[in-house]
Design a protein around this ligand. Structure first.
Ligand SMILES: [Zn+2]
Length: 247
């Protein structure tokens, strides 16, 4: 029964309280993002991003620092400081990595405030500008809370953001070994270029033996190469949001 109720609540979150944004960048945009931040999302992916000269968005939960999540070592504070100093965007993913379906708006706001304070203390007062929903779960009542604190919120529903999108629940494709075989990345990138859309990819660990939620270094390399070949502008989420809404 709970699974059914959660399904209905996810559906309500998807279709209700939509805050439309016009997606109109001068050319197609790709944003790369990493959730939770397993250590390898920085130690393995960081050098690949640097090699290509591109910046990504890292969605952090302060509560996961130095711990383990899904059997993987998570980032250390030093990793977060290094990636921030390298110019990558740090975004919010709640403090505890908790589904918004389980929180009242007041509880969600408190978790966001906790994460904001935790990050500001470690990144020189930095304020996060974008959000990613843990597990992709978006409660309808969470949307106004996200809207009040961030430029936009990102889910995990497949698709390219084209023409109009819900700014509190942007679509994204998974750089995840369980999902990658189902995509035609080349086509997604071409569609994004042709429609001047905004493609957001998200992943977790990056390793030659990734979890179902992670990808291999060559998957990340391939997506970046395809995006460059199609002349997509590769930008972190907050910068992409500004490009998408500038037109
Ligand atoms: Zn997550």
């Amino acid at each position: 029964m709970n699974a059914f109720i959660d399904k209905m609540r996810r559906r309500a979150g998807r279709y209700l309280d939509v805050q439309p944004m016009t997606v109109r960048p001068a050319r197609g945009v790709l944003s790369l993002s990493f959730d939770d931040i397993p250590a390898s999302a920085w130690t393995e992916a960081g050098p690949i991003l640097a090699e290509h000269g591109v910046l990504a968005t890292y969605y952090v939960c302060g509560g996961l620092a130095g711990g383990r999540n899904m059997a993987l070592p998570q980032f250390e504070v030093e990793h977060l400081q290094d990636l921030y100093e390298a110019g990558h965007e740090v975004g919010c993913h709640t403090y505890e990595h908790v589904s918004t379906l389980t929180l009242s708006p007041v509880e969600l706001d408190a978790s966001l405030a906790r994460n904001a304070a935790w990050v500001a203390e470690r990144l020189d007062g930095y304020e996060m500008q974008t959000f990613a929903y843990p597990f992709g779960d978006c409660a309808r009542t969470a949307k106004p809370v996200i809207d009040s604190r961030f430029l936009c919120g990102r889910g995990v529903r497949d698709g390219v953001n084209v023409k109009t999108a819900d700014r509190n629940l942007l679509q994204a494709v998974g750089l995840e070994s369980r999902r990658l075989p189902g995509y035609d990345l080349e086509k997604l990138v071409e569609e994004t270029a042709a429609s001047k859309g905004w493609l957001i990819a998200y992943g977790h660990d990056v390793s030659d033996a990734p979890t179902p939620y992670g990808c291999r270094p060559e998957d990340l390399n391939r997506l970046i190469r395809l995006a460059k070949a199609a002349d997509l502008d590769i930008q972190p989420v907050a910068a992409a949001w500004r490009l998408a809404t500038a037109g």
